[in-house]
Design a protein around this ligand. Structure first.
Ligand SMILES: *Cc1c(COP(=O)(O)O)cnc(C)c1O
Length: 428
């Protein structure tokens, strides 16, 4: 018997490429039919067949307060009633900018945009405009949105330029991007020694979350900071995922490293489209209308989206918020690890603040190469077993997971118990 999810997916594929508006949603990596959601409340979502799931995706990170938080919904409703968009400045944008600058001391000035992609694309243009250099350094496995210069994978050798990782990206564009190995400090030092005066910027997920969760090794972020300072390159922390997800001061606060520019998204929109980029005032003042670097947006700083973001930031600023979220997320990964061990399944898990990674390998990975060695088939079986249990994990072995403030201790316990049953099946 065909489910409503199946029907909707079949129909969607006729008018939407792959049936989805963003590729990972299509379940290609895990197989099967994507769930079409009709409703979300707190830690739970409901699919088109009415089945409920405990949600550990949270719209890929933004929903740190859970679904349909009543205060956020009310802020959106109240603001929407006053007009949806003006294309002119509003006081709320100022309040939002002041709030972000107060929470992140490295952000002396900032601009609001409408997505993470826009934030990183703009930060890179600004870094290039500021330095008068073209060369960009990124790390294999880090994702920074889908701008041309960022859809690049490693070339054949260390100092050879990257190759496009998507059709439609001109080779000329990727020639300005060098792709290095995350957590390889020697490589960073060598590349800077050789090409330091050509490098406009380094962009990095300071805690990586788009190749599953990978933490920076001791000294890695420091090496980026030192090399950029020494060679006049702009250090960009892409905190679109980690911003106000790992802690109130983001990764830069946790690790005590100040980037020159930071990009934000996800949590700062509270589920609506908001991004931001900002940092050193002398760099930010190179933006139009003050400076020569062009950047704009019809809906930038949209009042309804900003209302959702501001209310979210307000609620996560309550003392103890991140301590509780961090402890809850840690309890989840410790419980999953113990359950896997009991069942004899090769598994490890890790977390930073409210984000976590599960790995079908003995220890948490420290590099892209290591994460790629995890047992993808085991993950895919686990994913589908958990789905049957009513637990919705990211539909790919290479994505991070997210816990929200709406997840109760009972929800975490239920998830661990469900996972224990799934690990038993995997082992058996
Ligand atoms: C999600 C993400 C982006 C892209 O943001 P969009 O809003 O999807 O354009 C960029 N960088 C990182 C680290 C992300 O996690």
């Amino acid at each position: 018997m065909s489910s409503r999810n199946d029907q909707l997916f079949e129909q969607s594929q006729k008018v939407i490429p792959g049936g989805v508006n963003s590729p990972v949603r299509a379940f290609r990596s895990v197989g099967g039919t994507p769930r079409f959601f009709t409703k979300g409340l707190g830690a739970r979502v409901w699919d088109a067949d009415g089945k409920a799931y405990l949600d550990y995706v949270g719209s890929w990170g933004p929903l740190i307060l859970g679904h349909a938080d009543p205060d956020v919904v009310k802020a959106v409703q109240d603001t929407a009633a006053l007009g949806l968009s003006f294309g002119a400045p509003t006081e709320m944008e100022l309040v939002m900018a002041e709030k972000l600058a107060a929470m992140l001391p490295s952000m002396e000035k900032l601009r609001l945009v409408s997505s993470g992609t826009e934030a990183t694309m703009s930060a890179i243009r600004l870094a290039r405009g500021h330095t008068g250099r073209d060369l960009l350094i990124k790390f294999e496995g880090c994702y920074h949105g889908h701008a041309d210069s960022l859809l690049v994978k490693a070339g054949s050798g260390l100092l050879t330029f990257g190759a496009p990782s998507s059709a439609g990206v001109p080779a000329d564009t990727s020639r300005h991007t060098l792709v290095l190995d995350y957590n390889d400090i020697d490589q960073v030092n060598r590349v800077f020694a050789e090409k330091g005066n050509e490098i406009a910027c380094v962009i990095v997920e300071a805690v990586a979350g788009n190749m599953n969760l990978i933490k920076p090794k001791a000294g890695f972020l420091e090496a980026l900071r030192e090399n950029c300072t020494k060679h006049g390159a702009v250090l960009i922390f892409d905190e679109v995922m980690t911003g106000f997800r790992v802690g109130a001061g983001c990764v830069q606060g946790l690790y005590g490293i100040q980037p020159d520019l930071t990009t934000l998204g996800k949590v700062i929109g509270g589920g609506l489209p908001v991004g931001a980029f900002g940092g050193r005032a002398d760099i930010m003042d190179k933006l139009a209308p003050l400076g020569p670097v062009y950047q704009a947006g019809t809906l930038s700083g949209n009042p309804v989206a900003v209302a959702a973001g501001l209310k979210t930031l307000e609620k996560i600023s309550v003392p103890g918020f991140f301590e509780a979220l961090t402890a809850k997320t840690r309890r989840l990964v410790d419980g999953l690890s113990a359950a896997a061990r009991d069942a004899g399944v090769l598994f490890s898990a890790d977390s930073v603040g409210g984000m976590f990674g599960v790995y079908f390998r003995a220890t948490p990975p420290t590099s892209y190469a290591e994460v790629m060695q995890s047992d993808k088939d085991a993950f895919n079986r686990f994913f589908h077993l958990m789905l049957l249990e009513g637990v919705y994990l990211a539909p790919s072995a290479f994505e991070a997971g997210f816990v929200s403030a709406a997840h109760s201790d009972a929800d975490i316990d239920a998830t661990i118990a469900a996972a224990a049953r799934c690990f038993e099946k995997l082992a058996g």
